[in-house]
Design a protein around this ligand. Structure first.
Ligand code: NAD
Length: 324
């Protein structure tokens, strides 16, 4: 198989590519991978092997139709991770989110159709459903996004779906909960707090800290994507959960414990605009149809993640520097 991975130099995409080349996905040992990544502040070429016989890296934009026309022929499948991914940035300026997430996805779906790509997985998020006080969203729940980031991802999901419904493109959509693990950009909650603790800085906690997220280890998420790529149905959505709902306060407390720091470092800051209170997914479909189950329990995964940041100071210092 020949696979194109967009956004493969970012957090989740690079984990997927490293695992695939590992080789960590049975049956895909000889898969040739092309990574297409614009290397924005969030992308890092060093996140994937510098040289590998099965890997080709192309620096470029998913919004660039002529590049996609040149690149896609000969590829059997595409996994689409590329996106602007940080909610706070979308509150400052939504333009790049609409451009890349909505526009880039449409350009990519259209180019896949033109090139006769046989299988596409579009990676999305639970944030498209918005906040839920009790219970869990299923794949049939309405899309009620509350941030420009979530709205741009909802738009991308609907565009991907439309390329299946209108033109028969074989595309599945995954919607996962909050990921954590190594190589996550230190602008996101868990790595921000870990790296601040390593630097002796305060932890800026939004509002009362009682917002709840279901944490999913990046390795479990990527395994779910691989299952959907190999066995998912065209036009279907698959929710992917981690089975570990935690308030931001609880996560903060655990990080303080793991880093041997005390609560005096926590600084409550004004809440994020439109901050969703709770996300929760019902992921029965992927569990029952594709046999998915998360393997990494949160306590173990978080401790390993703290250890990884502890051992990769140059990586996260450079990422923080590049993002400024
Ligand atoms: P990330 O920000 O770490 O990586 C995004 C990558 O996309 C970067 O390498 C960046 O350079 C690249 N990119 C951005 N714009 C591009 C463009 N126009 N053309 C080509 N490449 C471009 O993001 P992530 O956390 O790895 O998220 C990957 C996907 O998973 C995204 O689609 C995101 O919406 C989704 N997702 C993430 C989470 C999470 O918790 N991180 C949760 C749910 C869904």
């Amino acid at each position: 198989m020949r696979l194109l991975v967009t956004g493969g130099a970012g957090f989740i995409g690079s984990h997927y590519v490293r695992t695939l080349l590992g080789p960590g996905y049975p049956g895909c040992e000889n898969t040739r991978v092309t990574v297409l990544d614009l290397l924005t502040y969030a992308g890092n070429r060093g996140n994937i092997p510098a040289a590998h016989p099965l890997l080709e890296f192309v620096e470029g934009d998913v919004c660039d139709r002529s590049l996609l026309r040149e690149l896609l022929p000969g590829h059997d499948a595409v996994v689409h991770f590329a996106a602007e991914s940080h909610v706070d940035r979308s509150l400052d300026s939504a333009d790049p989110f609409v451009r890349t997430n909505a526009g880039g996805t449409q350009t990519l779906m259209s180019a896949c159709l033109e090139a006769g790509v046989e299988r596409v997985v579009h990676v999305s998020t639970d944030e498209v459903y918005g906040s839920i006080a009790r219970g869990s969203w299923t794949e049939a729940s309405p899309l009620l996004p509350n941030s420009p980031y979530a709205a741009s991802k909802a738009a991308s999901d609907l565009l991907a779906r439309s390329y299946h419904r209108s033109f028969g493109l074989d595309v599945s959509i995954t919607r996962c909960t909050n990921n954590y693990g190594p190589y996550q950009h230190p602008e996101k909650l868990i790595p921000l707090f870990i790296t601040n603790l390593l630097e002796g800085l305060e932890l800026p906690l939004y509002g009362d800290g009682r917002n709840v997220r279901d944490w999913l280890h990046v390795d479990d998420h990527c395994r779910a994507i691989q299952l959907v790529l190999m066995r998912g149905s065209a036009g279907e959505v698959y929710n992917v959960g981690g089975g570990s709902e935690q308030s931001n306060l609880a996560v903060t407390g655990e990080l303080l414990r793991l880093c041997g720091a005390d609560r005096s470092l926590v600084r409550h800051v004004a809440d994020r605009a439109g901050h969703d209170r709770r996300y929760s997914l019902d992921d029965t479909r992927i569990r029952e149809e594709l046999g998915y189950t998360p393997r990494v329990d949160f306590a173990t995964g978080l401790a390993e993640t703290v250890a990884w940041y502890h051992g990769h100071t140059d990586w996260w210092k450079e990422a923080k520097h590049r993002a400024r």
